[in-house]
Write a protein that binds this ligand. Structure first.
Ligand SMILES: NC(=O)c1ccc[n+]([C@@H]2O[C@H](COP(=O)([O-])OP(=O)(O)OC[C@H]3O[C@@H](n4cnc5c(N)ncnc54)[C@H](O)[C@@H]3O)[C@@H](O)[C@H]2O)c1
Ligand SMILES: O=C(O)CC[C@@H](O)C(=O)O
Length: 525
C-alpha cells in the first residue's frame, strides 16, 4: 500500500480521502533532518506553509511521486528540484481565495478603526473613546497590487464599501479591470494616490521588496499598507523606519520575511497589526484545500492525472475529460515509434490532427515524449520530467497541428528519426475508446496495439503472408490479428501482426530471410 506523509496540520477530511488509497502518517513539526530520514519510505508528501521542502528533502524522496501543497503558494517547495526528479507538485489555487481576501479586508477595516488596540484597551478596564478616532474607507482610494483571484475579490468587496479601486497588474487587460470596476494604473500612480494599499502578488524576483526604501517615499503620509500575500514583498526594515518616523500611517501584516516572526521592532509599533499567517485559516478554506489536494494525491497514486499541477501543464476539468483517453494513445504511439526508429532518437515530430489540433492539447505532446523515452528510462520518465529529459538527451521535438480530419475526429501522427532510420505511426481512438494504429510509415493499416507485435516492410506478392504465418506457427507463436497495408498493388506494403506470445530468439532474422521481406521489427508495448 502506498504511504503518504502529512507534515503540517490539515483538515481531517484530507486524511480521510488519502486513507482510501494509502497509509497516512500525520507527523507535524518535524525538522528538515527528520524529514530527510523518513521521506525515502513515502510515495507522497502533503503540507501547508510550515514545512520547507528543500532540494535535500526532494532528493531523499526516492519514492516520491507527488508533493501536495494545501494552499496556493508553492514558494516553500523547491519546485525545480522536484521537476528534475519527476515529482508532480500540486496546489489548491482557489480553495482559500475567499479566506485570504476576507482577511485582507478585515485587516484594512481593523487598521482604519484601531480595532485590536481598542479591544485590548477595553479588556484592560479602560474606556478611551477619544484615543481611537478612526478613518472611513468610504470614497477612499484602495490600491490593489495584483488583480488575480484574491485581489479581484478584495476589489469587488471594497467597491461595495464605496471605495475607488486603483489596480496594478501588468498581466491583466484593461477590459478585465473594467469588468471588475477597477482603474488600471501604473505603480507610480497607485503609490501616489492610494489611501490604502493591499498586496496580492506572488513572490518573484520582480515583487521582492516591491515596497521598500525607494517606493515608500512616493506614498501619501496617510497611507495604510496591508500584506496578506507573501513575506519579502515588503522590505520589513524599510517599513519599520517609515512607520516609526510617521512617513506612513500604518500597516497590517499577515506574512513576514521570516516565519514564524522572530525578534522584530514590528511588535513594538502601535500603528501595526500583526497576524501569524492566518489568511487561509478559516474552517471553510481548510476543508476546501484539504479536499482539493488530497483528491489530487489520491488520483496520482491511482495513476490518474492531477488537475492543478504547477510543474506540468494545467488543465481545466473539461479539457482533461476530453484529453484523458488520448493521453494513453499518445504515449502508446510514442513507445511504438521509438522502438521502430531504434533506441537513440534525434528528433520527434508530433502532429496533432483534427479535434486535437488546439493549444489545450499540449499534454499530448508530453505524453508522446514520455512514451518515446519509456524504453530507455522506464518508470523514471513521467509527465513532469519528460520534456526536460528529451531536451537533455538532445531530442528535438517539433509540434505541428492540422485541424483537417480524415476518418477519425482526432488522431496523433508521430515521426521519429533514430538509429534504425525514420519511421512514422498514426493512431486514433474508436468511439468506444479503443486504440487503433491507423498508419505505419504512411501505409494505411487498422490494428489495435498489443503487448507483442511484429511489423514488416515487404513487397506485395502472392504467398508472402502465408510464409510469415507458417514461420510463426512453426515456432508456436499464435497470431491474434493481422493486417496488411499497401498503396499500390504489388508495390511496397507493410504487415502488422498482434501476437499472443513474444517472438522467440532468432525468429526475427528468419523472417527477414523470407523472399520479399525488406525489413522486420518486433515491438513490445
Ligand atoms: N496569507 C495567506 O494565508 C495567503 C492565502 C492564500 C494566498 N496567499 C498569497 O496571495 C497571493 C495572491 O494569490 P492569488 O490566489 O490571488 O494568486 P493569483 O495568481 O490568482 O494572482 C496573482 C496576481 O499577481 C499578478 N502579478 C504577478 N506578478 C506581478 C507583478 N510583478 N506586479 C503586479 N502583479 C503581478 C498576476 O498577474 C496575478 O493576476 C500569492 O502570493 C499567494 O501565495 C496568501
Ligand atoms: O497554509 C496556510 O495556512 C497558508 C496558505 C497560504 O499562504 C497560501 O499560499 O495558500
Amino acid at each position: 500500500m502506498a504511504k503518504v506523509l502529512v507534515s503540517d496540520s490539515i483538515d481531517p477530511v484530507g486524511v480521510e480521502i488519502l486513507s482510501q488509497v494509502a497509509q497516512v502518517d500525520v507527523k507535524t513539526g518535524l525538522s528538515a533532518e527528520e524529514i530527510i530520514q523518513i521521506i525515502p519510505e513515502y510515495d507522497a508528501l502533503m503540507l501547508r506553509s510550515s514545512t520547507r521542502v528543500t532540494k535535500e528533502i526532494v532528493e531523499a524522496g526516492s519514492k516520491l511521486q507527488i508533493i501536495g501543497r494545501a494552499g496556493v503558494g508553492v514558494d516553500n517547495i523547491d519546485v525545480p528540484a522536484a521537476t528534475r526528479q519527476g515529482i508532480i507538485v500540486v496546489n489548491s489555487p482557489e480553495g482559500n481565495t475567499i479566506a485570504a481576501a476576507e482577511h485582507a479586508l478585515a485587516m484594512m477595516l481593523s487598521l482604519s478603526r484601531h480595532i485590536p488596540d481598542a479591544n485590548q484597551s477595553v479588556k484592560a478596564n479602560k474606556w478611551e473613546r477619544n484615543r481611537f478616532i478612526g478613518t472611513e474607507v468610504y470614497k477612499k482610494n484602495l490600491g490593489v497590487v495584483g488583480l488575480g483571484k484574491i485581489g479581484s475579490h478584495v476589489a469587488a468587496v471594497a467597491r461595495s464599501l464605496g471605495m475607488k479601486i486603483l489596480a496594478y497588474d501588468p498581466f491583466i487587460s484593461k477590459e478585465r479591470a473594467d469588468q471588475l470596476g477597477c482603474t488600471l494604473v501604473d505603480l507610480e500612480l497607485l503609490f501616489a494616490e492610494s489611501d490604502f494599499i493591499t498586496l496580492h502578488v506572488p513572490k518573484t524576483p520582480e515583487t521582492q521588496h516591491l515596497i521598500g526604501r525607494e517606493t515608500l517615499p512616493k506614498m501619501k503620509p496617510t497611507v495604510r499598507i496591508i500584506n496578506c500575500s507573501r513575506g519579502g514583498i515588503i522590505d520589513e526594515l524599510a517599513l519599520i523606519e517609515a512607520l516609526e518616523s510617521g512617513r506612513i500611517a500604518g500597516a497590517a501584516l499577515d506574512v513576514f520575511e521570516q516565519e514564524p516572526l522572530g525578534e522584530s521592532r514590528l511588535r513594538e509599533l502601535s500603528n501595526v497589526i500583526l497576524t501569524p499567517h492566518l489568511g487561509a485559516s478559516t474552517t471553510e478554506a481548510q476543508v476546501n484545500v484539504a479536499i482539493d489536494v488530497a483528491e489530487q494525491i489520491r488520483d496520482v497514486l491511482l495513476g490518474l492525472p492531477a488537475r492543478s499541477a504547477v510543474n506540468i501543464p494545467g488543465l481545466t476539468p473539461d479539457v482533461m475529460e476530453k484529453l484523458r483517453p488520448y493521453l494513453q494513445l499518445a504515449e502508446t504511439m510514442g513507445n511504438l515509434v521509438s522502438q521502430l526508429a531504434g533506441g537513440r532518437c534525434d528528433s520527434l515530430n508530433v502532429r496533432l490532427q483534427g479535434e486535437l489540433a488546439t493549444k489545450d492539447s499540449q499534454p499530448l505532446v508530453i505524453a508522446a515524449i514520455k512514451g518515446l523515452l519509456s524504453q530507455a528510462l522506464r518508470e523514471r520518465v513521467n509527465y513532469v520530467n519528460a520534456a526536460i529529459e528529451a531536451k537533455e538527451r538532445g531530442i528535438r521535438v517539433i509540434e505541428t497541428r492540422d485541424a483537417s480530419t480524415r476518418d477519425y475526429s482526432g488522431s496523433i501522427h508521430l515521426e521519429a528519426n533514430g538509429s534504425m532510420g525514420t519511421h512514422s505511426v498514426t493512431g486514433a481512438l474508436l468511439s468506444n475508446g479503443e486504440i487503433r494504429i491507423t498508419d505505419l510509415d504512411e501505409f494505411p493499416i487498422n490494428v489495435p496495439p498489443s503487448n507483442h507485435m511484429l511489423f514488416t516492410l515487404h513487397q506485395d506478392m502472392p504467398g508472402i503472408i502465408g510464409k510469415i504465418g507458417a514461420l510463426l506457427g512453426s515456432f508456436n507463436v499464435n497470431i491474434a490479428s493481422m493486417q496488411v497495408g499497401r498503396k499500390i498493388i504489388r508495390g511496397d506494403a507493410v504487415m502488422a501482426l498482434s501476437l499472443d506470445d513474444p517472438l522467440p530468439e532468432g525468429l526475427l532474422s528468419e523472417i527477414t530471410k523470407v523472399p520479399g521481406i525488406r525489413d522486420a521489427y518486433t515491438v513490445k508495448l
